[in-house]
Design a binder for this molecule. Structure first.
Ligand code: GDP
Length: 306
């Protein structure tokens, strides 16, 4: 079957890796958030795309939750010694990826072409598509003023209190090549258990993508990022509280109202009443967990289709 997933970084990559190991999936496309992309030290950095590429090629650092396994840090040490900015860690191998991507983009190649070439070089069978080749930047309105995503997330460790989130450039952005087609052609569409406000909303803000979800004949299933009423990682529930939203599956389903046909959620949490739902243990630690959650999503999609 053909499966298309909207994905952020870590939560999304774990789910997409599970799908990559399901034999019933013969065409897998991930549409990835690029609202977190930024320029740093002259380089174009695409954190969520990189998390997908590292995870799907078996290079992701499992303990750290970002970057590569077996990384060395000579560049950061040298940068720090020179008084350079050290709030965003760049491993030596990771750096090679950013340098290469930046050079290719400056030569006129699109982010989607560069991403496809990187995926090919690492033998990744899935299509990893940026949501757009145009620049979209996530900004948070906080008690410390307006902050670009990485300043909020990495530099200030999600401490500021958020009152609003916006996606600069989204209204003029076009979906990257293949994005709308993969949603129209899919047998099942999944919204990964990524942060709905920071990782999935930027994707949905690109004109045409939300409409493609409404128009596809495939079931659209979101996987809840809540496990036992809490986010597994990151600021999802902190943000929900600050935005005045209850941290429950009713709120997650409500957030995607009109776009999804079902919500797959953790067995420890109550289902939403507003949306068809199924539960399983959704915490993805081992590869077996990831495959199990992916398979539960596929079975749910098939049931909704029938
Ligand atoms: P980021 O861009 O790296 O922050 O990644 P995402 O937005 O893709 O992932 C963050 C979200 O993933 C958080 O809301 C987590 O609760 C959720 N998440 C991470 N791991 C898991 C997991 O194993 N199971 C579920 N259900 N959610 C997860």
């Amino acid at each position: 079957m053909k499966v298309t997933v909207l994905s952020g970084g870590v939560g999304g990559a774990k789910f997409v890796l599970g799908l990559q190991h399901c034999e019933e999936v013969d065409q897998l496309t991930a549409i990835v958030n690029t609202g977190d992309d930024f320029r740093h030290l002259g380089m174009h950095i695409s954190p969520d795309i990189d998390t997908l590429l590292y995870t799907l090629s078996g290079q992701a650092n499992a303990t750290q939750g970002w970057g590569r396994e077996g990384e060395s840090w000579n560049f950061m040490a040298a940068l720090k010694a020179l008084g350079g900015p050290d709030w965003f860690n760049l491993g030596d191998g990771d750096l090679a990826l950013h340098v290469l991507r930046t050079q290719r983009i400056e030569q006129g190649h699109s982010l989607s072409v560069v991403t496809a070439d990187l995926a090919k070089a690492w033998g990744i069978g899935a299509s990893v598509l940026p949501m757009s080749d145009d620049t979209v930047a996530t900004w948070l309105e906080t008690d410390e003023g307006a902050l670009p995503f990485q300043s909020y997330f990495v530099e200030r460790q999600c401490r500021p209190i958020t009152s609003a989130i916006r996606f600069e450039g989204a209204v003029d952005a076009r979906p990257a090549p293949g994005v709308l087609q993969s949603l129209a052609d899919a047998d099942a569409v999944f919204i990964a258990p990524s942060n709905p406000w920071l990782s999935v909303d930027p994707v949905l803000a690109v004109p045409g993508i939300a409409d493609a979800l409404r128009e596809t004949s495939a079931p659209v299933i979101a996987i809840s990022p809540l496990v036992g009423g809490k986010a597994v990682k990151g600021p999802t529930t902190k943000l929900m509280a600050e935005l005045g939203i209850n941290a429950d599956n009713e709120a997650i389903a409500g957030h995607y109202a009109g776009l999804i046909s079902g919500l797959l959620h953790d067995s420890a949490d109550a289902p939403p009443l507003s949306t068809p739902a199924r539960s399983t243990a959704t915490l993805m630690t081992s590869l077996d967990d990831k495959v199990r959650v992916a398979r539960a999503a596929i079975v749910f999609a098939e049931a909704l289709k029938a």
